[in-house]
Design a protein around this ligand. Sequence first.
Ligand SMILES: *Cc1c(COP(=O)(O)O)cnc(C)c1O
Length: 468
Amino acid sequence: MDTLNQRLRNLPSVDELLKTETVQKWQAQYPRTLIVKAVRDGLDNIRSEIIKSQHSNLSIGNITETAYKLLIKSTTYNLRPVINATGTVIHTNLGRAPLSQRSVEHIMTIAQGYSNLEYDLAGGMRGKRYSHIKNIIKDITGAEDAIVVNNNAAAVLLCLSTLAAGRQTIVSRGELVEIGGSFRIPDILAQSGSILREVGTTNKTRISDYEFAINDNTGLFLKVHKSNFKTIGFTEEVPIEELVELSKKYTIPVMYDLGSGCFIDLKPYGIHTEPTVQEIIANNVDVITFSGDKLTGGPQGGIIAGKTQYISRIQSHPLTRALRVDKFTLAALESTLMEYSDIEDALKNIPVLNMLFTSAKILKERAVKIKKLIKKGQPNLDIEVISDSSMAGGGTLPEQEFPTFVVSIKPSNLSVNAFETALRLSDLAIIARIKDDRIILDARTILDNQIKITADSVIKIINQGGYK
Ligand SMILES: *Cc1c(COP(=O)(O)O)cnc(C)c1O
């Protein structure tokens, strides 16, 4: 047995490794600096493994293999596409809303060159970046005016900062929610410089509670969509209409943080809990905010719509500059909103809406297609298509069940957990769920052009007995 020192001394040098045929070949494809770094880091890895005495294989091949893995890693994007097989449509961890084809094309066109982002083509002078989406938001929602910022959390912060800094904001205790782990209404309120005046109780708030809390320093009434949370049983909340009435009586503005922002009446689809943005605006609410990428199905963004007198104050607040959207967001939002000029087009072309309302027939066909492809490569696999239910996600429609069809798999040669890991580590990662000790691939969020690669990955993993 060699001593530790001898084994370390026997390691080849970086130069020797660089001269090997294997490493020489990499030069055709990868920059030399990255190759040198990978070889050096690979050697370091082997060296520390030797010191921890976990490694005795000192072959050059072994070192170059380690270096090659590092080289591939250093030349692969960290942010990359995945296959969402969870069935959760607005998946917060997986990038929320996929964009429509039209949006992708518009972003590309705008990204490749210059644009009239802040240029008024008719006047030949400086223009406003918000002008590109203002009219279309007005047309869809019926609002007098609108602007957009980076996300809905930013929209809420900006509105509160403009309308209620240094003054009290009256909010129902039942609506002091936390959304998405870090967005808490009381914290955002504090950050804006407004003073929280909570009224009512967790389960019940009446209009008299709001009225009783009004004083000389009241700046705003705030209503918040509970989004990911529901109170059931002995409950009471004040409808927005009543809050608007109270706000007019005392000339105190009322703001509604809608969260999801839905433009289409979803009652025909069995969804009775989501008011449309148009309905809320028609109720004479002064300011509303909602996300660009929840039910709207566009890019991440925070849309603020409402009365001109408030929107123009919001627009000239210094925070607006800090929270402003870039040209990609504007391109994606404008093109998404254009789909809404025809409801049928919107339901077909906006992926979030399309996936939420895909018919059971199509979901079943897709699941069966995946199953058949997998069966072809793995005839003995325990695999079946069963009905299940998927979720909207993103804190949207939390109570709503979306009946779906899934491919359910139980491999015999590896554990369900090892299978799930291997799917995740595939070249094109597949994110699946585990249920009753089986892997579930939900057909709802697997795009048609991902069916084949999903099946191929499953076959390959089972052939190899896991991630290799
Ligand atoms: C989701 C949500 C937010 C935060 O929106 P982001 O776009 O994620 O910043 C704020 N308020 C409500 C009611 C929400 O549902």
